[in-house]
Design a protein around this ligand. Structure first.
Ligand SMILES: O=C1O[C@H]([C@@H](O)CO)C(O)=C1O
Length: 550
């Protein structure tokens, strides 16, 4: 029987300068990133959330928490709940059932990238210690940062002509980065006037102080809006021990690749020359962009402000387009011996999901099997449970086995027109489902992007990755059926495929989508339902919109 941990949160906008440029930032109780939730496996988390925005709705997703028995508190506006209106208080209540590193963030429109983010640390029961030891625990939450508002970006994506959000202005480590203010005078896309002050305390360099000889567990999470990242600490190795709440057979990296929606725990031993400090960097990979923010690893008792003797740029960064190295890390991640949950031997169903960039009525969109997703006005969970048969397109069966065999993934789509729908994928309760995420060329020649896919309500086994088009007769043989890691977020690489398997054993309605904020907004997602008849009666707090309006 766990403890009940109660939190009272107020979310609002405040002026802050996380990268020295002042803009509106969402804070939780005045903090950005929000407070860390610390709990033990089996505890119940109760968050009383007050929406103090003047004009915006909100909903908060507890990323990686499966919400077993509480599918209505998954926090996805349009899927599991009506949005929380300005001035309202909404109470989330759920059990954290597994130890590990998780995150929380807004799941309303593109609001996540305005700053409603934070971390969740769940410790195991004392009788089941973790299979590694460390002296101290530190959060390293990574984000990319834009100076335009969420509304401006979302409006651009939903306009004709299409206005792409572009690359972020900076990267933040624990909410702090550094924009080169002089760029505002020189670089055309950044010609915006505003307060940019390099001596603002909000953007002072993040200092991670370590005691020589001690071991640190860095809980690294990424909630970027767009960017895939590499994280590195000059002169130090990082030993990966956890991914998305599952223990990893330890392996060592110099550059940790991390996609939006993923968490990793790495062990850092302070075993280098203690008479100096070292650069900590993160950089964008898989897109040709550079905005390296730099933090400092400070060896106690050196002065935290003492500059490392090397240039900031001396920390070796991977090439942005080195897909092979990223794939190599993904392939190196295996479940830890002694903690392997073998996947079911066979699946009941295989769903191939072809990821394409398209147009729908002249609007630029992303589609899955040629269908671009949009939220209904009445959340699915309520519509399905209450049998509201005209709340969304119940008759529509998404093309689960869309014939992608003849689709040329290396070319721009021949016919780029897709359709749009709010139809869902209904899965037999307790069935085992394989999903093949198949990447393809975008609407630009010779271009394919990285997409981190996040599944709500479940963890899945990552069975395999590959380059090119998935080929059943060949690639099935390459699946890892022995010690695959379980995760909730996994990347599909440019022109590649990723295969995963999960058990549809959590009654509810669950979103499965690209964790790139603008891609989901542009339709890159689907919804799974299973076991709706096993969902107990819904709390009235999630209602009040669409057909649930009284
Ligand atoms: O969705 C996207 O749109 C742009 C580009 O494809 C538009 O031409 C881009 O880089 C995306 O990720």
């Amino acid at each position: 029987q766990g403890k009940i941990r109660r939190f009272k949160w107020e979310v609002k906008y405040e002026f802050k300068s996380p990268d020295c440029f002042e803009k509106l930032v969402i804070t939780v109780n005045g903090k950005f990133p929000g407070p860390t939730i610390k709990a033990q496996q089996g505890d119940t988390i109760v968050v009383e959330l007050k929406n103090s925005f003047m004009t915006e709705n909100v909903a908060v997703h507890w990323h990686g928490i499966r919400q077993i028995g509480t599918p209505w508190f998954d926090g996805v506006e349009g899927v599991t709940q009506c949005p929380i209106l300005p001035g309202e208080v909404f109470t989330y209540q759920f059990v954290v059932d597994r130890p590990g590193t998780y995150m929380y963030h807004s799941h309303y429109g593109m609001q996540r990238e305005s700053g409603l983010i934070g971390m969740i640390q769940v410790s195991p029961p004392v009788t089941e210690p973790e299979p590694f030891t460390y002296d101290y625990d530190r959060n390293v939450l990574l984000t990319d940062w834009y100076h335009k508002s969420m509304s401006e970006k979302a409006t651009g994506l939903a306009s004709i002509p299409f206005k792409w959000v572009g690359e972020p202005q900076s990267l933040l480590i624990q909410g702090r980065g550094r924009f080169n203010c002089s760029n505002y005078q020189t670089t055309p896309p950044n010609l915006v006037s505003g307060v940019c002050n390099v001596s603002n305390a909000d953007c002072s360099r993040l200092i991670l102080t370590v005691i020589p000889g001690k071991t640190y567990r860095l809980r690294i999470g990424s909630l970027t809006a767009l960017s895939a990242l590499s994280f590195q600490i000059e002169g130090h190795n990082l030993t990966v021990v956890e991914a998305d709440g599952h223990y990893v057979e330890p392996f060592t990296v110099k550059n940790l690749f991390i996609y939006s929606g993923e968490t990793y725990s790495v062990l850092l031993k302070a075993d280098q020359n203690p008479r100096r400090n070292y650069w900590i960097t993160t950089s964008i990979v898989s897109r040709p962009a550079t905005t390296p923010p730099v933090a400092v690893l400070n060896y106690y008792p050196n002065h935290p402000r003492r500059r490392p003797p090397t240039p900031e740029s001396s920390n070796l960064l991977p090439e942005w387009n080195d897909t092979r190295s990223r794939l190599a890390q993904s392939l190196a991640i295996k479940a830890r011996r002694g903690f392997i949950h073998a996947p079911p031997e066979n699946s009941d169903k295989v769903i191939v999901l072809l990821n394409t960039q398209n147009e729908v009525n002249g609007y630029r969109r992303w589609s899955v099997n040629n269908v671009s997703y949009h939220h209904p006005k009445t959340p699915y969970l309520i519509a399905l449970k209450q049998n509201l048969t005209n709340a969304f397109d119940w008759r529509f069966t998404p093309p689960q086995n869309y014939d992608s065999r003849n689709y040329d993934i290396f070319a721009k789509p021949l016919n780029a027109n897709a359709t749009t729908s709010d139809g869902i994928y209904r899965l037999r309760f307790n069935s085992t489902v394989d999903v093949i995420l198949q990447n393809a060329n975008t609407m630009n020649a010779n271009n394919s992007e990285t997409h981190p896919w996040h599944l709500h309500g479940h963890d899945f086994w990552v069975l395999g990755y590959g380059e090119g088009k998935f080929n059943e007769s060949e690639d099935l043989k390459r699946y890892n059926r022995v010690d695959p890691i379980m995760k909730n977020t996994v990347a599909v690489q440019p022109f590649g495929w990723t295969a995963l398997r999960f058990r549809a054993d959590n009654p509810g309605v669950w979103s499965f989508h690209c964790h790139i904020e603008s891609h989901f907004f542009m339709g890159m997602g689907i919804v799974f339902e299973s076991g709706i008849d096993k969902v107990s009666s819904l709390p009235s707090s999630i209602m009040g919109c669409g057909q649930t309006k009284r």
